[in-house]
Design a protein. Structure first.
Length: 181
């Protein structure tokens, strides 16, 4: 089977569970931004030191696939069996908070804004954080017009905080000071 189908050549795409919409629709933009976030996290995770946060970053990437599936299905009841894997337990937000608290315990308290950068790992995590914030805005815009699972926005909000904290931790462990504004 070819990777290309030519089905989207006129600017339309199929939704999970049926129906076609413009690729400019809020729903498509929202799950596209979540997909971009997943790629940004993959790039950060692949950068040395690869073990920093790797296990949690891998599980976050799986969560983001679930979120993408949930966002791509405007009528989840029609594809309930297929969405059975796309679970995002509310406990995942608590897990992110725990990871933030553990990393924060190793870091100096913040007293200024942190400029993105430092090590390559930190820079990529900061980039992922900004992509996360954009994805969150896209999901919020969609949520203002359509029903989405309530756990998605808090998850993305906490994920951006985690990525920020992990970026600081990457610099700290490499003994590279954060630059502040």
């Amino acid at each position: 089977m070819a990777i290309y189908t030519r089905a989207g050549d006129k600017g339309m795409t199929a939704l999970f569970g049926g129906g076609k919409v413009s690729k400019s629709e809020l729903r498509v933009a929202a799950y596209g931004e979540v997909d971009e976030l997943n790629s940004a996290i993959g790039a950060a995770a692949a950068c040395a030191p690869e073990d920093l946060g790797r296990e949690l970053l891998d599980s976050i990437q799986r969560d983001l696939f679930s979120i993408g599936g949930l966002l791509a299905a405007p009528e989840p009841g029609r594809v309930a069996d297929a969405l059975a894997r796309a679970k995002l337990p509310s406990a995942r937000v608590t897990e992110l908070e725990t990871a933030i608290d553990q990393a924060d315990a190793e870091l100096a308290p913040l007293d200024a804004f942190v400029l993105p950068g430092g090590t390559m790992k930190s820079a990529l995590l900061h980039q992922a954080r900004t992509v996360c914030r954009r994805a969150e805005r896209g999901v919020v815009a969609l949520a203002e017009r359509a029903a989405i699972p309530t756990e998605i926005v808090p998850y993305l909000n906490r994920l951006s905080d985690f990525l920020f904290t992990l970026a600081r931790l990457a610099n700290h462990r490499a003994t590279v000071p954060d630059k502040t504004w």
